[in-house]
Design a protein around this ligand. Sequence first.
Ligand code: DGJ
Length: 710
Amino acid sequence: MIKTVIFSGMAAVALTAPAAIPLAINTDDVTLMLNVDDDGMLRQSYFGKRMADESYGPLDRGVEAFTTHGYTDQFEPALHINHADYNSSSVLKYVDHKVEEVKPGVTVTTINLADPVYNDAVSLVYTAYAPENVIACHSVITNNSKKDIELEKYASSMLSFYAPEYYLTEFSGDWGKEARMSSQPLRFGKKVIDTKLGARANAYVSPFFILSLDEPATETSGDVVLGTLAWTGNFRFNFEVDNQGLLRVISGINPYFSAYRLKKGESFVTPDFVFTYSKEGIGQASRNFHDWARNHKVKDGNGDRMTLLNNWEVTGTDFNDEKLIAMMHDAKELGVDMFLLDDGWFGNKYPRDNDLQGLGDWDIMEKKLPNGFAPIIEEGKKLGVKFGLWIEPEMVNPKSELYEKHPDWAVTIPNRDIYTKRHQLVLDLSNPEVQDYVFSIVDKLMTDWPDIAYFKWDCNSELTNVYSHYLGKDQENLYVDYVRGLYNVLDRIRDKYPDLPMMMCASGGGRCDFQGLEYFTEFWTSDDTDPVERIFIQYGMGQFMPSKVLCAHVARWNDDVKIKFRTNVAMMGKLGYDYNIHHLDEKELAYSKQAVKNYEKLKPAILDGDLYRLVSPYEGTHAVNQFMSKDGKLGAVFTFDIYPRWGENYYNVKFQGLDPSARYDIYEIDRFDAGDFKYGDYTGEYLMEVGLPILTGNRLHSRVYEIRKQ
Ligand code: DGJ
């Protein structure tokens, strides 16, 4: 049931000063306090812990909540509109606001502002998720003037902070090196985190930040804000400390080459900036995000996930139906739910035997698969193993029938040589005809092969040759309209195939945003499957993303690592295999089959529970993660000794999130060639205050402990 309360201050035109209006955006533990001052300006007067005294005492005027270019303010603005008469200033005054409880625990506050001269309307829409302590904010900008306007800057959100010190953690990366965390203090001036890649936009930086106030936060202490933009394209976070030490954080679509033309009467809806705040450090803030993602954002966020065997690291594009049927049997042998066929199954005029050609031609390659997918699917049915399929529908090789037919569907510059990345070009999703074509790829496959149980949707190139043959004079709309076109396609797929799980992939974790995850059940965290590197990559991604969406596969990278270590790393995410199981000896195979069973048993803790990062790999030579099921009865502790030094001291690891007065049995499980071993039983208090000596000096060594509440 929707409960709505509407407050009205003044009409959009004829603005007169209202009495100061307080507007509290509340979750269970957090308040963002806004108020309208006597001049009708919206101000932010508080952001932090929700206090018992809801009146917040005598609030000061605060600072402008959504600054505009060209009138009174001289710092980076949240909004910059170029009007048809060349006036580029805007002034936003409060009109009215509305509070709606859209479902239990979720409240949407819409604050309507307007420019009294031009009538441009800006609504700030705050969605507060009470139990998760997460707030999402976006703006809606409407052109109510008589002519087109150009949106030069159009942020989703602006937040201000006033603290003696600010520390920022960013998540930069590259192919195979996603989400590397690094921190720096913020002093006077600007720091920008952004991407301009267009497609596979997060390849060099994930759309996340951690902001500590006063002093660097730890896992369990400190005032900290985690923020992310839910947008599968270019984003920008602008941090600016002004002359008085005030920090403004402006978040939104990157305005780089994106001055968006808005026609008379049109509205522009910006994506959600999603943030949480914790006074108890980063660990709690991450758990807030994990809960919010599962409960409100990720496709089938509270559903189960399938384990799988993928052929990419095993066969590359060199396979035929015999090999694939054999891998179906391997999947059965391992005990996983699905076999996933990767790149290389399509193209006849230009067979996709390597990445030079064939992309765009989604007909099954007859020389490799003369009977289509039928023999593989049928074998899977007999064995009880599902069939999943790789596609890369947004892209085209110039050497393809599709490009021969529709060269103007690709993003290319008419009077320059084409520049390809991985020998491919990006299809112009701003063009509705291209959107129809991309939708039809999935639709036709599902019509012809309704037993396809899963798609891996890849995207291996950024936008190069930035020119749309469709957009004409509105070239600067391309970066935005590309993403909107993608969402249009994904909406149609979700509407028609609501239960179809899909993996988002972009040469690994080059796409890792929450709006994408509204359509995808999970994402391929990285092409780097070296378990040592994966500990770091999963640690970085896991600051925001729940384990459930982090695809983690047992594969061959890093020959020094034994099967148990690589399996244990993958068990901390959504487990899969990219492995030729015939390279495993008898004991290794027996271990792997047991590990899949252990994973199934631990799913309520790993996939749906709470994550406590007990030891960070960034601190040195070990990493320990504890997962606890929501009912507190089952837990799993994954312990990794990476490259420990002989001379170091091995301190006890203290557990978290337990009931101090309850007793817990601790078992070491998932042992390589031995059964479970009872380590001991302890009170929760002992485990949290004293901890257990579970670190060792053994190199590349891992152990899994099961926690069972008595
Ligand atoms: C990049 C992906 O990240 C890989 O897992 C694989 O699917 C290849 N593309 C196939 O081309």
